[in-house]
Ligand binder design. Structure first.
Ligand code: GLP
Length: 290
């Protein structure tokens, strides 16, 4: 797992958006081989979406061959409700970029048979050969998507009862009225997210500090479901300084020192997207101290 620390939410958004752009560009998607991305809602990804929209507007990025799968959706909220995740995604991202509407996948929280809807979603992800990159945010209780504490780390897309803490946290979007927040949601499972070939998680703000510490400094634990990323072979957490408040100083220094070695000793130009050393020759010269 890589941890990248930036000073504030804005620079976190810059990092993540630039990273996603580089991943899509390097993948060079086509209609036959689209880039399949998993996407979250919430305030954490808004800055990333703004930048992706700017990249598309300037012509440096295209979503024409990108297929998206959203993480979750409330149950029973009309699709065109301003707080539905459908509305969120179209307002913040999809209507501003060149993604094909038929390539957008969002769970239908008003489906007659919710279980069948979830099974269909899993099958559709499979039909694309899985998700290349799953972007996520987390709740203050360490949940990813709507996988509340105690969710199985093998869980798949399903109907989920929301934790009271999540209902409280999301009441801000419903005029502060907890009674207006739906109590059920459809969500991809922890297992669905972990099946992606890469998982990238944005964690910003002091209210996520305990969750970040639980997620990366303690063991894999279903009470902090995002901690499952410790077992993923390609995972990246990008956080701001505020979110590191509960980490050990040693942890922060450790991850910062890795970036320092990459910048000052190896050189960014010698690194691949995942932080791997790209050129064998240059690697030899570094390791032999030349
Ligand atoms: C909701 C969503 C999560 C999101 C979380 C955090 O619970 N289901 O996917 O990560 O909110 O939201 P925010 O980024 O606004 O803190």
């Amino acid at each position: 797992m890589r941890l990248v620390i930036r000073n504030k939410a804005d620079t976190v958004a810059d990092y993540v958006a630039t990273y996603i752009k580089a991943r899509i560009t390097q993948f060079a998607p086509t209609a036959e081989r689209p880039f399949v991305i998993g996407l979250p809602t919430g305030s954490s990804p808004i800055g990333v979406y703004k930048r992706l929209v700017q990249f598309c507007a300037s012509g440096s990025l295209s979503f024409k061959h990108v297929v998206s799968f959203n993480m979750d959706e409330y149950v029973g909220l009309p699709r065109d409700h301003p707080e539905s995740y459908h509305s969120f995604m179209w307002n913040h991202l999809f209507k501003h970029i060149d993604i094909l509407p038929e390539n957008v996948n969002i769970l239908n929280g008003n489906a007659e048979d919710l279980e069948a809807e979830c099974d269909k979603y899993e099958a559709k992800i499979k039909s694309y050969g899985g998700i290349e990159l799953f972007l996520g945010g987390i709740g203050p209780d360490g949940h990813i998507a709507f996988n509340e504490p105690g969710s199985s780390l093998q869980s798949r897309t399903r109907v989920k009862t929301l934790a009271y803490e999540t209902i409280l946290a999301n009441a801000r979007f419903f005029g502060g009225d907890v009674t207006k927040v739906p109590m059920l949601a459809l969500t991809v499972g922890v297992g669905t997210v972990m099946d992606a070939r890469e998982v990238v998680v944005i964690i910003t703000g002091a209210n996520k500090a305990i969750a970040l510490a639980k997620c990366i400094e303690e063991g894999v634990n279903h009470m902090w479901t995002v901690s499952a990323i410790q077992t993923h072979s390609r995972s990246l957490v990008v956080c701001d300084d505020d979110a590191t408040l509960e980490l050990h100083v040693k942890t922060v220094r450790y991850f910062k020192s890795i970036e320092q070695v990459q910048d000052e000793m190896i050189g960014r130009e010698n690194l691949g997207l995942y932080g791997q050393v790209a050129g064998q020759l240059k690697y030899s010269s570094v390791s032999s101290g030349n």
